[in-house]
Design a protein around this ligand. Structure first.
Ligand SMILES: Nc1nc2c(ncn2[C@@H]2O[C@H](COP(=O)(O)OP(=O)(O)OP(=O)(O)O)[C@@H](O)[C@H]2O)c(=O)[nH]1
Ligand SMILES: [Mg+2]
Ligand SMILES: [Zn+2]
Length: 303
C-alpha cells in the first residue's frame, strides 16, 4: 500500500492523532514505529509518513521540518501570535521580549496580540500597558492586534492575518490563547479548554495541557498551546541576542563587538540612543537583564 502523508494534530501520550493530507482528510490514530521512537521527537505540526500494518497505523518517518520550537513545542510554523493580556494577568514584558528574540532568531514572524482590551475602561494600569505596547513595539515594526473575546474586538482582524498560514499561539497561562482560538474557529466550548480565572488566585491555571492543531481551511492551521510561566532562550548564543533587537540596527557603536552592556556611553551608540529616549529605556533594561542571565548560564555551563 502507498505511503500516507499526514500532519500531527495532537499527541496523547503514545498515540499520535493525524490528519491525512495526501489523499483524503481522514483523522487517524497512529503509533511510532520502534526504530524512530527514540531518535526523533515528533511534534504537533510535523508532517509524517505513515504505513498501515494490518489494522494499525505506524509513523515510519518524520519529514524535514521548516523549523521547530521547544516552547511551545511545535514545528513548521510561519508565524507566532504572541498573546499578552492586560488586567489579569498583566503583561510580562521580559517574557514578551524573549519570545520576540526567539521568533527573530528562528525566522518566524512575530505578531503581538494584546487581549482583554475590554478591561481598559476601568483599569488605569491596563490602559497604560496598551499605550506602552503601542508606542514601544509598534515603533519596532511589529504587527499588533488588540482583541477582546468578550466584546468581539479585533477577532476578525486577527483572523485575516492567519489565513493561508500556520500560526502558533504563545504566551503565559491565562492570557486567552484558547479563548481567541475558539472565537476564530467558531468552536463550541467543549471543543476548546478554556480556563476560569478563579476568584482566589486570579491567575491562569494552565488549562490547556497539550498543543492542539486546528484547521480553518486546508491551508490555514492554528496551534493552541499550553501557557508557560518561565521561558528559556535555549539555543541562542547570548552574544547574538543584540542582533534580534530591531531598534539597535540604527546604532553605530565604535566597536563591532559592542554588547551595549558595560561599554561606556562615549563608545556605545545604543546607550546614547537610550539616553536621548530614541530607544525605550525599559526595553533596554530588559535587554541587559536577559543578556546577563544568559551570560551567567553560559559561564556556568561546565561547572
Ligand atoms: N475580560 C476578558 N477575559 C478574557 C478574554 N479572553 C479570555 N478571557 C478569560 O481569561 C481566562 C483564561 O482564558 P484561556 O483562553 O483559558 O487562556 P489561555 O491563554 O488559553 O490559558 P492556558 O491554557 O492556561 O495557557 C478565562 O477565564 C477567559 O474567560 C477577554 O478578551 N476579556
Ligand atoms: Mg489554553
Ligand atoms: Zn553599543
Amino acid at each position: 500500500m502507498d505511503n500516507i502523508i499526514a500532519k500531527v494534530i495532537r499527541i496523547d501520550l503514545e498515540i499520535y492523532i493525524l490528519k491525512v493530507i495526501n489523499n483524503d482528510n481522514d483523522i487517524i490514530a497512529a503509533k511510532l514505529r520502534g526504530n524512530i521512537k527514540k531518535s526523533s521527537n515528533v511534534l504537533v505540526g510535523d508532517l509524517v509518513e505513515v504505513e498501515k500494518v494490518d489494522n494499525d497505523y505506524m509513523i515510519t518517518n518524520v519529514l524535514e521540518r521548516k523549523n521547530s520550537l521547544i516552547r511551545p513545542p511545535v514545528s513548521n510554523i510561519d508565524q507566532m501570535i504572541i498573546v499578552v493580556s492586560v488586567g489579569e494577568p498583566a503583561p510580562d514584558f521580559i517574557l514578551l521580549d524573549k519570545q520576540i528574540i526567539l521568533c527573530m532568531a528562528k525566522d518566524i514572524l512575530p505578531i503581538i496580540c494584546v487581549n482583554k482590551v475590554d478591561l481598559q475602561d476601568d483599569n488605569v494600569q491596563a490602559k497604560e500597558d496598551i499605550e506602552y505596547i503601542k508606542s514601544v513595539y509598534g515603533k519596532l515594526g511589529i504587527q499588533i492586534v488588540y482583541t477582546s473575546t468578550v466584546k468581539n474586538i479585533g477577532i476578525e482582524e486577527l483572523k485575516q492575518k492567519l489565513i493561508g498560514k500556520t500560526s502558533a499561539f504563545s504566551g503565559n497561562s491565562g492570557v486567552g490563547k484558547s479563548s481567541i482560538t475558539k472565537e476564530i474557529l467558531d468552536l463550541s466550548h467543549e471543543e476548546v479548554e478554556i480556563g476560569n480565572i478563579g476568584r482566589k488566585s486570579k491567575r491562569g491555571r494552565h488549562t490547556t495541557k497539550a498543543v492542539r492543531l486546528y484547521s480553518l481551511d486546508e491551508n490555514t492551521f492554528i496551534l493552541d498551546t499550553p501557557g508557560f510561566s518561565s521561558y528559556e532562550l535555549y539555543d541562542i548564543d547570548h552574544k547574538k541576542i543584540r542582533e534580534f533587537y530591531p531598534e539597535f540596527e540604527k546604532c553605530k557603536c565604535d566597536y563591532d563587538d559592542c554588547m551595549h552592556i558595560s561599554e561606556d556611553e562615549s563608545v556605545c551608540d545604543v546607550k546614547r540612543h537610550v539616553k536621548n529616549n530614541d530607544i525605550d529605556q525599559k526595553r533596554y533594561e530588559r535587554y541587559v537583564y536577559i543578556f546577563l542571565k544568559e551570560k551567567e548560564k553560559y559561564d556556568k555551563r561546565y561547572k
